[in-house]
Structures are given as C-alpha cells and as structure tokens.
Design a protein around this ligand. Structure first.
Ligand code: SF4
Length: 125
C-alpha cells in the first residue's frame, strides 16, 4: 500500500444523517450502525466531494496508507447503482441548484451550500 488522499470519518462528530452517501459517486460511503463508514477504501478516490454536505464537519481528507483507488470496481458499482443525483439547496434562501449555481462554504462551523445570489450577503452582511 502507498500513501494517498482518502476520506476520514470522525465517529464522534458523525450523527449518521446519511447526507454524504449520495454525493459519493463511487459508493464508498455507507451507514452502518448509525455511523458513516468507508467499508471499501479502494472505492474512495479521496476527491472529497462528500465533505461539503456534512453538517457536522465529520468528514476530512487525509493522506495515509490505503489500497489504491480501483477505477474499474468504482465504475462497476456506479453502473449498478444508476443515477443518484440529488439537488443541493442554498442554506440561506433554500433555492435549488437547479435554479441557481451553488458553492460550498463553511459557516459557523458547518459545511454548507450557498447560492451565488446569497453569497454577497453572506460575505458583506
Ligand atoms: S454527512 Fe457527516 S454526519 Fe452525516 S452521515 Fe455523513 S459523515 Fe455522518
């Protein structure tokens, strides 16, 4: 095994809400016994798209020894799962990303999505 970026889940912070499961296109994250877990590390590419949806900050990407990312296994699982897209919403106006572009942000210790209409208000008050 070699060192590479991979998702780390802080069990103390994880509340088992499951919001991180769908954004993980590779299907690496599952909820087991009320906690998010990376059951097959070879399915996690370490890209970290799950980080911004976690309401508790339980997800980080760390550099550590892990099995190499398995493209073929991830693609096979994605094909088996089919489309899993769920539109995110702006935490301020509740607008959907189907209506306006969203960007990830940290606000009061939480990882959230904010739309480009609300972003100036968030920055400047
Ligand atoms: S989004 Fe965060 S709190 Fe929710 S299940 Fe995933 S790691 Fe746990």
């Amino acid at each position: 095994m070699a060192k590479r970026p991979i998702v780390r889940i802080d069990e103390e912070l994880c509340n088992g809400c499951g919001l991180c499961v769908t954004p993980c296109a590779e299907g690496a994250i599952e909820i087991v016994d009320g906690k998010a877990r990376v059951l097959k590390e070879e399915l996690c590419d370490g890209a970290g798209f799950c980080l911004s949806v976690c309401p508790t900050g339980a997800l980080t990407v760390e550099e550590r020894e892990a099995p190499a990312f398995d493209h073929a296994a991830a693609e096979a699982l994605m094909a088996q799962r089919g489309p899993t897209y769920i539109a995110q919403t702006c935490f301020m106006c509740k607008g959907s990303e189907d209506q306006v572009p969203l960007v990830p942000c940290r606000f009061q210790g939480s990882s959230l999505w904010v739309c480009t209409h609300c972003l100036p208000r968030l920055i400047h008050g």
